[in-house]
Design a protein around this ligand. Structure first.
Ligand code: ZN
Length: 441
């Protein structure tokens, strides 16, 4: 494993390095299956420990079947004078993903039926796929297509759609307990930056940082093709999913917009409370959305048969920026500052998850004397003594086993860090005992 200098350093400067990683991955032609996914996983594996799984074509995964594997070497359109009017080598968005091979001559009207454009954004190339219906097609700039003259066009797509496998990657970082935090991102999009090289970069950087420090939870990072990749993982890990206590899908986390968090299906899981707490105490604006059964792979993790507490962290939500699923979702659209803010937010969420426990006050009848136990001296070390004293009283008052520290922080209107500090001081003097069962997970 290399890259510790690249993935380390203060979070405030990580955005530029994450952007650099996205730039390295950008030219690779990823799809639902194929060598582009494998090459992407190989680049991730240079930075974090990664186990790669191949699921053969035809494997039944829950209600789905792993499709044939798609690979492409090249594609082009030649005009009436033999000139090249479109070349896959210029952009891998030029071919509809999963296009079957073709070599044919078409007149302009026939060609028009095979070419997707964006009339509202004449210089952008749309991103199109046809995973589950066998067809072929091209995507190009509307302005360039409109300028094409009448005549015969020779088209060629040099692709293969054959039995092979679906590929996904998994990075497991064992903690001191077996309970898990799941972090998932999709790896099936070609040259699109925010959707979802941003998610890949954020997950890789978060994993690298967690690999370099102690943690209580086991962290499991999934790099999967969208929908069928998470379904394949769930199908192969049904006995394991009970260990998942918290989870996040990372998608579209590198643009210049503010963070949007979509709650898990449960709506009030500890991950929802943790993210909402962190966002509420960060200076940058953010928004919370309720769960919907649409979007990214949170809908698979949150299907009723699993009902895993997995939310989705985004910046500008998918479909709400015009660059979404077009060639304008490029490396210029990806903002190092946005990537930095995402990583800092994720690290803060991890700190809350790691520190959140429930306790029982061991002297619950009347307030215990703080001074006799040296707790006022401890308070003296804090800048805001009044808040620190209040934090001690809140933790003592609410620690009846039914409220975890996150709930106490919410009720007290305090930052988690202060409440965690208070609990540690009370633990120092044997006024608290940890409650085994975790609250709200
Ligand atoms: Zn997408």
């Amino acid at each position: 494993m290399s890259g510790s200098a690249e993935t380390g350093g203060p979070p405030s400067t990580a955005g530029a390095a994450m952007h650099g990683f996205a730039a390295e991955l950008f030219p690779i032609c990823r799809s639902l299956t194929g060598d582009g996914v494998r090459e992407t996983l190989a680049r991730i594996a240079e930075r974090i420990p990664l186990e790669v799984t191949e699921v053969p074509t035809g494997t039944r995964v829950l209600d789905w079947t792993v499709p044939r594997e798609w690979n492409i070497r090249g594609a082009w359109i030649r005009g009436p004078d033999g000139e090249t009017v479109l070349d896959f080598a210029d952009s891998n968005l030029h071919v509809v993903g999963y296009s079957v091979p073709v070599h044919a001559t078409l007149d302009r009207a026939e060609l028009a039926a095979r070419v997707h454009t964006l009339p509202d954004h004449e210089d952008w190339i749309p991103y199109r796929t046809s995973y589950y219906e066998e067809t072929w097609g091209f995507c190009m700039e509307h302005r360039r297509f409109e300028a094409l003259p009448e005549g015969d066009y020779e088209v060629r797509i040099d692709s293969t759609l054959e039995d092979g496998s679906l590929t996904y990657g998994e990075c497991v970082l064992p903690g001191s307990i077996g309970e898990e935090v799941l972090v998932s991102c999709h790896v099936c999009h070609p040259s699109l930056a925010n959707d979802n090289l941003s998610g890949i970069a954020a997950a890789t950087w978060l994993a690298a940082r967690l690999a370099a420090r102690e943690h209580r939870y086991t962290y499991r990072f999934l790099f999967v093709p969208g929908t069928i990749g998470s379904i394949a993982w769930l199908a192969r890990n049904e006995e394991r999913v009970g260990a998942v206590r918290h989870g996040l899908v990372l998608a579209g986390v590198g643009d210049g917009g503010s963070i949007n968090y979509k709650r898990s299906r449960r709506g009030d899981a500890a991950i929802d409370r943790a993210v909402e707490h962190v966002l509420a105490h960060r200076e940058s604006p953010s928004a919370i959305r309720d769960f919907t059964p649409y979007g990214y792979d949170e809908r698979q993790y949150g299907s009723p048969g699993f009902d895993l507490p997995v939310g989705c962290l985004m910046r500008t939500p998918w479909g709400e920026y015009p660059q979404y699923h077009t060639s304008a979702d490029d490396l210029d659209f990806l903002q190092p500052e946005g990537l930095t803010d995402t990583l800092e937010t994720l690290l803060a969420v991890v700190d809350v998850l790691e520190g959140n426990r429930a306790y029982r006050n061991l002297s619950p009848k009347g307030e215990p004397q703080l001074g006799r136990r040296g707790l006022y001296d401890a308070v003296g070390g804090r800048v805001d003594r009044r808040s620190a004293t209040l934090a001690l009283l809140w933790v003592l008052n609410q620690s009846d086993g039914g409220h975890d520290l996150l709930a106490i922080a919410g009720r007290a209107g305090m930052e988690f860090e202060l409440v965690r500090w208070a609990a540690d001081r009370l633990l120092d003097v044997d006024l608290l005992a940890e409650v085994d069962a975790e609250m709200g997970a």
